[in-house]
Design a protein around this ligand. Structure first.
Ligand code: PGA
Length: 267
């Protein structure tokens, strides 16, 4: 088993930040704390137009910037699009792809083309997958999403691939409705089995990182830390609240500290 000690927290700001000063202020408000985290790495994903502004302040390997989507071709007559290359030049190192809030705008092969382009530019795709409902077809829906992407993508550098399990029923609804750690583990099992078939080896799959996302906050993150095999988290609606984020960082750090240095019971 490959050792993957740092937990990754990806802050998907979505369209919730609407001014340059706000984006910059938010990024800077947690920078000193994030730069000192021992077991946690943080990636902020601002709206496209603030990526460059925010990325100028990156000066530590713990704290990086990502994008919320990108267009696979480098340049050309594509009105309104922002290419993977443009995102890279602006300072993004990660790109969220196939997010359920975007999937209705893209075809299955669009997502695969974007993943390929991101990998070709030595960036890290965060590929979102998740079923619409936990009905009798949920496993099939999940494996189909994986096939749609990975049957079209070169199977190189699995260590650069991140898969976020984000059940659609858990994302950004009016009421928070996170998956349980058991539901996440069931999905992870389905995902890993399918990826082993696709990659034809478990060594490659062991190198891929797996995140959970959907209604996460400082109240439920511990449930996943304690009971699930998770490499990190994709945080949405609370990701532009520095207070909640900092509590989540502390919970991750405390948990990891306990894992690394368990306190022995007195005899
Ligand atoms: P949420 O969103 O945390 O607001 O549910 C998660 C996501 O969309 O990535």
């Amino acid at each position: 088993m490959i050792r993957k000690p740092k937990k990754l927290i990806v802050a998907n700001w979505k369209m919730n930040v609407t001014k340059e000063e706000e984006a910059e202020g938010l990024f800077l408000s947690i920078k000193n704390v994030v730069n000192k985290l021992e077991y946690t790495k943080v990636v902020c994903c601002p709206p496209h137009m603030y990526v460059n502004q925010v990325a100028r302040h990156v000066d530590h390997r713990n704290y990086r910037v990502g994008g919320q989507d990108a267009y696979p071709e480098e340049s050309g007559s594509r009105t309104g699009e922002t290419s993977v290359l443009m995102m890279k030049n602006a300072g993004a190192e990660y790109i969220i792809l196939g997010h359920s809030e975007r999937r209705h705008l893209e075809t299955k092969s669009d997502v695969a083309r974007k993943v390929t382009a991101v990998l070709e530019h030595d960036m890290v795709p965060i590929i979102c997958v998740g079923e619409e409902q936990r009905d009798r077809n949920w496993k099939k829906a999940l494996t189909q999403q994986l096939k749609d992407v990975f049957n079209r993508v070169p199977k190189k550098n699995p260590e650069n691939i991140i898969i976020a399990y984000e059940p659609i029923w858990a994302i950004s609804g009016e009421k928070k409705n996170p998956a349980t750690s058991t539901e996440y583990m069931e999905a992870l099992d389905v995902i890993k089995k399918e990826l082993k078939k696709i990659f034809k080896t478990s060594t490659a799959v062991d190198k891929i990182r797996f995140l959970y996302g959907g209604s996460l906050d400082d109240k439920n993150i511990e449930e996943f830390l304690k009971n699930a095999e998770v490499d990190g988290f994709l945080v949405g609606r609370v990701s532009h609240d520095p207070r909640i984020l900092m509590t989540m960082f502390r919970l991750v750090e405390d948990h990891m500290q306990r894992e690394m240095f368990p306190i022995k019971e007195e005899e």
